[in-house]
Design a binder for this molecule. Structure first.
Ligand code: ARG
Ligand code: ZN
Length: 849
């Protein structure tokens, strides 16, 4: 692509900023089409700089006037910023610019959503607000004055003063521009006071549109629990007098950790039992925690440059995962996290978009807010913790906060604190940050004279621009079981550092059954041919909950592989094992619900491809349908009992225990619907008093091709609720039968409520179609065309969301020649467009290779 090489930024080109900032003062005179932004910035030369040039980023700004030390200047302005002659030594820069928030459809910088002003500056949106050194290693305290008619005027830090039509904010903590935020609108708040461990009172407010105030209680509670948890587990207290959260309907991502003023996609704040599902509640809890935790891992310690993004994101995801595990169930949370890692990160790592956790080159940084940076980034933290132990981890983190508070830091700084705190050499571990691709771990074993030996081999396939890989440090958690099911070796951490390495265990009376990679101790793919009997044995006896689940999972995958390859019927080993697990009341219902879920069709496609078979999405879909029916029949007597036993009497409560029961009940209902034609699901739909049950019953009906009346009724009931309507759109596009998916999705895009400029709604239709594997890969290519048409249309107004969704095509190389030609054709059609965004240009360029 013409613009992928020209404008690439490289990690190796980093140089320190030419100027540092002591103080920033901003005044906003808000107007939908002509907002004035006045800036007054105290600059001083950076003694550490090599470059003396004064350059300020700025895009789509109309400069009204600029002064240096009070005297007017005429800077030289380009598309990307300005330069100007400046005095030696410190000076004051003042500028006035005009911007048009109402015309900002990219939702980056200052924009409007439902009449409310809001901002999104990460990564490089501040340059659309005023001229500024928009890079994370330039940090400054901000004073902000907002003038506007709105009743609520918010910015970062603490409130200083306010009057009719204006408000002033002071943020004492030096911060980079990407953490700047402003909100102005007709908002109402749900509030509380939190007292920190050292006795300081903090005002907590969740700001929403009038009418939504009854949907904030859960988010507010999750916030308080997050604050307590960060004090207790990481010793981190909150550091301002107020903590504000604002819910915004039009938002490109999930949420944003702006200092003292988090801005959220309303989907991750608003919840009531009637409108939000158990999964929504769990996600709200996790994202509230994530953004709150960024106050220390992100804000107090930020990133030197955007290549270091995983420094804050990987660590903060790891922290929110720990938190959710503590709030709910560690075993279930781990399984869910691994499911998501495999579905999104392994998919990315095994395709043309593979990149290291710390990339070395980008054209548009927004394209690197990926599963690799976030989720694999979090796995690296987990591995470090496993390698140095809980105490070592705690010491390293204390040192990190002590040494780097106030810094814009790097991955080198991060690893150094672990080395200094624990005395370990992490130079080999660092490869996890620089090598892309998912390592494959294979092993064999032997048993002689009481000595059991495991022989491991690791290999990482080539990825874009990385043909060769060096061996990585792989923590392998192992347990050994006796043939009678007793554990003879409790979980032990092996540390693999070589390409091939063996580990022995002495003094065993019989040949043990190994349980490997317990707790998913490293983000690798274990390849092993073994018998269904051994998997069934582990499923029945493994003491490690993750591996118990994993044994069932691999059994299901083996069965599906054979069904796809030669039409085999599912054998009894899997069905009997599943039956035993489903009916085992000693197991957590949430765990059983996960065990009853089949591998996704996309996951099957990747596994088939990995074993040398070209996946046919329709054949995979057919096999999954057949297996679901076989499971339903095999469990036909158990399912009604399970369904009835898991009822949750009393008012709906979103806690983990009740959610787990509902999940198991829902799994049973799904299988039952295949036996009774949806009769029970229709009855459950009619009586549902919460969204989990209502949406669950509706999805059972749609999965078996029923539910037309319920779809219409759902629309009538919920057409006024934007977030619920997103579910209505997504369910229909996501569950449409393969040959109908494109036409269902197309008619949804013609629906009067398809507001394609709203990212949630766009994702609900176009994103859901892309996750309907068999429907997306319909051999006609109709879905590819529909998605490509809409990406082209969206790219013109919102490049960030369009580019992100182009990953629908990242798997093209897995498929047969006809599908490859169609998918590449769709990408080429996008690539050929005039005026393609930099975001989309980079994505399609990387996917086409
Ligand atoms: N830092 C935010 C989070 O992880 C993500 C914001 C990313 N936004 C963007 N436009 N790239 O919580
Ligand atoms: Zn984050």
């Amino acid at each position: 692509m013409k613009n992928t090489s020209a404008q690439a930024v490289h990690l190796s080109d980093y140089t320190p900023p030419a100027f540092l900032i002591d103080q920033v003062a901003l005044t906003f005179r808000l107007h939908p089409t002509a907002t004035r932004v006045l800036s007054k910035i105290a600059f001083r030369p950076n003694p550490a700089a090599t470059d003396r040039r004064f350059f300020l980023h700025g895009e789509q700004l109309r400069l009204i006037g600029a002064r240096i030390n009070g005297a007017p200047v005429s800077p030289e302005i380009t598309d990307t910023g300005l330069t100007c002659a400046v005095p030696d030594g410190p000076f004051t820069w003042e500028a006035e610019v005009e911007i048009a928030p109402e015309e900002n459809t990219a939702l980056e910088g200052l924009y409007m959503s439902n009449g409310m002003y809001c901002t999104q500056c990460e990564a490089e949106g501040f340059r659309k607000i005023t001229f500024y050194p928009d890079r994370p290693d330039v940090m400054a305290p901000f004073d902000v004055r907002i003038e506007g008619a709105a009743p609520v005027l918010l910015s970062n830090g603490n409130p200083e003063a306010r009057g009719e039509g204006w408000a002033e904010w002071h943020d004492p903590w030096p911060k980079p521009a990407y953490l700047f935020a402003l909100v102005a609108g007709d908002l109402v708040s749900k509030s509380d006071v939190f007292t920190t461990a050292s006795g300081k009172n903090v005002m907590l407010n969740i700001w929403v549109r009038p009418g939504d105030e009854d949907k904030c209680a859960y988010a507010l509670d999750a916030l308080k629990r997050s604050m307590v948890w960060d004090e207790q587990v990481y010793g981190r207290e909150y550091d301002l007098d107020v903590f504000n959260i604002v819910a915004v309907d039009d938002f490109n991502m999930g949420a944003m950790e702006n200092k003292g003023l988090n801005i959220f996609n309303s989907k991750y704040v608003l919840a009531s039992p009637e409108t939000a599902t158990d999964d929504d509640f769990a996600r709200i809890e996790a994202i509230i925690a994530h953004e709150y935790f960024h106050n220390w891992t992100g804000n107090r310690i930020t990133c030197r440059d955007w290549f270091q993004l995983c420094l804050k994101e990987g660590l903060t995801v790891f922290r929110d995962q720990q938190f959710s595990g503590d709030m709910r169930s560690h075993a279930v949370k781990r399984i869910e996290d691994v499911l998501m890692l495999r579905a999104r990160q392994f998919r990315e790592d095994n395709g043309p978009l593979a990149h290291p956790v710390r990339p070395e080159r980008y054209v548009e940084i927004n394209n690197f807010y990926t599963a690799t940076v976030y989720e694999k980034g979090a796995e690296l933290i987990g591995m470090l913790k496993r390698l140095v132990g809980d105490d070592g981890y705690a010491r390293a983190l204390d040192l990190y906060f002590e040494r780097h508070d106030g810094d814009a830091a790097t991955i080198e700084d991060w690893l150094k604190v672990f080395e200094d705190a624990t005395g370990r050499d992490l130079s080999q571990f660092k490869r996890w940050y620089s090598q892309s691709g998912t390592p494959r771990l294979t092993f064999t074993d032997d048993f002689n004279d009481g000595r059991y030996t495991l022989h491991f081999k690791q290999e990482t396939p080539p990825t874009p621009s990385q043909p060769e890989k060096a061996p990585q440090v792989i923590p392998i958690a192992v347990g050994l079981l006796n043939p009678n099911g007793d554990e003879v070796l409790p979980t032990t951490m092996l540390e693999m550092t070589e390409a091939e390495q063996s580990f022995s265990f002495e003094g065993l009376s019989t040949r043990p059954v190994p349980s490997l990679l317990r707790g998913f101790s490293a983000p690798v793919i274990v390849q092993r041919d073994t018998t269904a009997e051994e998997r069934a044995f582990l499923l029945a006896h493994d003491t490690d909950p993750f591996n118990k689940w994993e044994a069932g999972r691999t059994l299901a995958k083996d069965v599906l592989m054979r069904m796809v390859a030669d039409g085999a019927a599912p054998g009894p080993a899997y069905l009997d094992a599943l039956r035993a697990m489903a009916g085992d009341d000693a197991l957590d219902p949430a765990f059983r619900a996960l065990a009853l879920r089949l591998p996704s069709e996309d996951d099957m496609a990747q596994s088939l491809f990995d074993s040398g078979i070209t996946p046919d999405p329709l054949a995979i879909h057919a096999a999954c349908e057949k297996l679901k029916t076989a499971v339903a029949r095999h469990l036909s007597d158990l399912l009604p009992r399970l369904h009835d036993a898991m009822a949750c009497p009393g008012p709906y409560a979103p806690d983990a225990r009740n959610a787990g029961r509902r999940a198991l009940r829902q799994a049973a209902l799904g299988y039952l619907s295949r036996l009774d034609g949806g009769a029970l699901a229709a009855a459950r739909y009619a009586e549902a008093d919460n969204m989990t049950d209502q949406l669950g019953a509706l999805s059972c009906l749609l999965e078996i091709g029923e539910g037309a009346a319920e779809v219409a009724g759902f629309f009538r009931q919920w057409s006024a609720d934007r977030l619920v309507m997103d579910k209505w759109f997504a369910l229909q596009a996501g569950l449409a039968a393969p040959h109908k998916a494109a036409s269902v999705a197309r008619s949804l895009t013609e629906h009067p409520d398809f507001d394609w400029k709203n990212p949630n709604r766009f994702r609900a239709v176009i994103g859901a179609l892309a996750t309907n594997a068999a429907g997306f890969h319909d051999p006609s290519g109709a879905s590819y065309d529909l998605v490509a048409d809409w990406l082209i249309r969206l790219d013109a107004i919102n490049p960030q969301t369009a580019a992100r969704m182009s990953t629908a095509f990242e798997t093209w190389a897995r498929y047969d020649a006809d599908r490859q030609a169609l998918m590449r054709g769709a990408l080429e059609r996008i690539a050929a467009r005039d005026g393609l965004s930099r975001d989309m240009g980079e994505m399609v360029g990387r996917m086409l290779g």
